[in-house]
Design a protein around this ligand. Sequence first.
Ligand SMILES: Nc1ncnc2c1ncn2[C@@H]1O[C@H](COP(=O)(O)OP(=O)(O)O)[C@@H](O)[C@H]1O
Ligand SMILES: Cc1ncc(C[n+]2csc(CCOP(=O)(O)OP(=O)(O)O)c2C)c(N)n1
Ligand SMILES: [Mg+2]
Ligand SMILES: [Mg+2]
Ligand SMILES: [Mg+2]
Length: 329
Amino acid sequence: MLDEFSLIKSIEPKEQRHQELIKGIGDDAAIYSTENNFEQIVCMDTMVEGVHFTKATMTPYHIGWKALAANISDIAAMGGYPDYYLVSLAMPAEWSGDIKEMYRGMEDLSALYQMDLIGGDTTSTKNGLVVTITAVGHTDKRRHYLRSSAKPGDQVFITGYLGESAAGLALLQKEIDIKDQYARRQLIESHQKPMPQVEAARLLGKIPCRYAVNDISDGLASEANEIAEASGVTITINYQSLPVSKPLMFLEPSDRKQFMLSGGEDYQLLITAPEENSEELIEIFQQHHINLTKIGIVTEGCAEVYLIDEDNKTLLKKSGYNHFNSNEE
Ligand SMILES: Nc1ncnc2c1ncn2[C@@H]1O[C@H](COP(=O)(O)OP(=O)(O)O)[C@@H](O)[C@H]1O
Ligand SMILES: Cc1ncc(C[n+]2csc(CCOP(=O)(O)OP(=O)(O)O)c2C)c(N)n1
Ligand SMILES: [Mg+2]
Ligand SMILES: [Mg+2]
Ligand SMILES: [Mg+2]
């Protein structure tokens, strides 16, 4: 069976029928131009019981919050602002009492951005809750950021911290243990209630230059490879440059490395930007108190990602989450 990414490649249409379409399949969201000064952004993400959550890892409130957060994150990764969303529920009868709470989770997050819930669909299913959200957003004309825009000489940045969500999941599934209650709470919250990086993405627009952006849903290794592939460049990441959040200091170094590189569901942004704009970029993020860290560089070469850790330089493969091939390392 084809893995997730090969399957998606195999269904990509051969022709494009609307000339307004700027990007269809192959980025975080689709984007097309309109007659006014905006571009429209549309995306869809699904959460499936047993794959994205279980009753032990997420409450109904968190399922609602996170399903919407994943979609808003894809809009942010295009440089956009979220406006509307639609919700499709495939629901086993046992979940009917929990749906109100799920919508409360969505409502609380959507209120932060003044988003409107404008529709959806409801069906029954025999096994497992499935929540699919379509989100609609916009960006100013030509202020969208594609995965294919990275160029040799660019620097690579990350917002926030990586690995917290995967560590939170490992705690919830009792695969690891941390005694410190504050650290536990923070990691579990990162897993259950992630914050999409809309403000960070919009801040990029204050320094108009060429950006490639991807949000981290499948893990840094995977998302960096996607930018490298789409842009036809080599990306080199320095492991020692990755910021380590305080709660992650409680982990074994090998677990920490695995979570930070391949954990996924952090919904932080991976960004490349020209070197000449980098200083200004770091400054404006500092002014707005949003974490932005330089973690690597873009060079000429084929679509590859390398990881430097102390004196070792190794190929960093797409080792993150892959539906149908989730044990790939
Ligand atoms: N079943 C599908 N049919 C058509 N397009 C799809 C399908 N699944 C994914 N895509 C498209 O493939 C691209 C990559 O999807 P995905 O890996 O889910 O991105 P992300 O990790 O940013 O959510 C997106 O453009 C998405 O819209
Ligand atoms: C119970 C449980 N097991 C495993 C995971 C880990 N996990 C599931 S899906 C996923 C990746 C993100 O989901 P995906 O459907 O690939 O979202 P997209 O990349 O399209 O945004 C991860 C890390 C989880 N969140 N919960
Ligand atoms: Mg994405
Ligand atoms: Mg997706
Ligand atoms: Mg994915």
